[in-house]
Write a protein that binds this ligand. Sequence first.
Ligand SMILES: Cc1cc2nc3c(=O)[nH]c(=O)nc-3n(C[C@H](O)[C@H](O)[C@H](O)COP(=O)(O)OP(=O)(O)OC[C@H]3O[C@@H](n4cnc5c(N)ncnc54)[C@H](O)[C@@H]3O)c2cc1C
Length: 417
Amino acid sequence: MPPTQKDVIVLGAGFVGVSAALHLQARGRSVAIVDRLGVVAGETSLGNTGIVQSEAVFPYMFPRAPLELLRGGLNQDPRVQIRYSALPSIAPFLWRYFLASSPKSRVRTAKAMRGLIELSVAEHQEFAGPARSGPLLRTGGWIKVFRTPRGRDAGIADAEEVRPYGIPFDVLTREQLLALEPHVGEAAIGGVHFSDPLTTSNPEALANSYADLFLARGGSLHKGDGRTLTASGDGWSVTTDDGAIQAREVVVAMGAWSDVLARSLGYRLPFGVKRGYHMHYAPRGNAGLSRPVLDFEKGYVVTPMARGLRLTTGAEFARVEDPPSSAHLDRVEPFGREIFPLAERRDAAPWLGRRPCLPDMAPIIGAAPRHKGLWFDFGHQHLGLTLGPVSGKLIAQMMTGETTFVDPSPFRMERFA
Ligand SMILES: Cc1cc2nc3c(=O)[nH]c(=O)nc-3n(C[C@H](O)[C@H](O)[C@H](O)COP(=O)(O)OP(=O)(O)OC[C@H]3O[C@@H](n4cnc5c(N)ncnc54)[C@H](O)[C@@H]3O)c2cc1C
């Protein structure tokens, strides 16, 4: 069978890959998506918290306060979980993350991310209209709740940091919180409501609705392993179940697995993963939630999803392929039951996702420095759902020589040289 010719191969069918493919297609490129699972959103894009976090200008940084470090290191902080057996492998990334977590670096990342984040809702809506994804999307934002006056002060101080970026929020008393979410338990003494973010009741279905639009517009999806990528003539070739596909250009959007391919091509990156779990619960009686709610001091979120109330955990530091463990979910579930109307579990085991991370918590979006026609679009950490469409726009503009809507230099791979 002769190879199929395309203009661009996109490796990875998560939010990031599908979005890049749609934007390239809109600019007249013929595009094939190749994913090792052969389905859309089979990994991390499937099971996340479902918030288009248009308020998340500031990245999550590695703690620097000695007590917080100690609690985290001893697995006493429910927001994080460390797999001790993985430490020898992940220590270099953790160290780079610690170093990149200075106040100065945090502000640098925030300034860079703002240009992407502020378009995140609008860029989702650009896809959602023609993809008819409307029923999957919710307005009404999300809420973080506090358990203690100390937590409230810290949470409000965090929120105040984004005010200069034009991000609206309301501080809620317990009564105001109950007016929005009547079933939140007494342990929550108040909250902050971010009203602008969109949320979804089914991230997997949302990604598939975008992919259906891509397919309806003439794109193709193939099952194949991106690690079969080889230089071929003037471009690149990948082996798939449907035969070889050749293209002049390739976009690597393999999320937490992108680093494996980058490394095989000679790019050594300080790459890490923050893993996270979810579990669905039946709601207790007629209780429920109408938007995602974060337990700020315990670091997990409960979101109303199509399958029930989805509890998503914070960061588990482990190797990408370490087997899943129920430890983190088991630790936070009792806190969840204090605040949320969670009845029985609905999944046989916790679902595991992997947030792809660079130490400065900004993605890599741009050309591979030493390979013509190779482009990178990965490392979207806690924000791949949020940033998928807007990152796709940026990389498509770069690849087609358009003026970019934002300065892409903070996202260059060379910042880690
Ligand atoms: C618990 C949790 C909650 C989260 N909540 C949110 C949220 O509310 N909002 C938000 O914006 N973000 C959230 N995130 C982060 C977000 O889910 C990720 O940043 C995002 O899914 C990354 O998308 P991606 O397309 O880069 O990667 P993925 O969705 O992981 O997709 C990568 C794709 O690459 C494919 N692949 C891997 N290896 C190969 C190979 N060798 N060859 C071909 N294909 C390959 C995989 O099969 C997969 O389909 C959350 C993450 C977790 C874990």
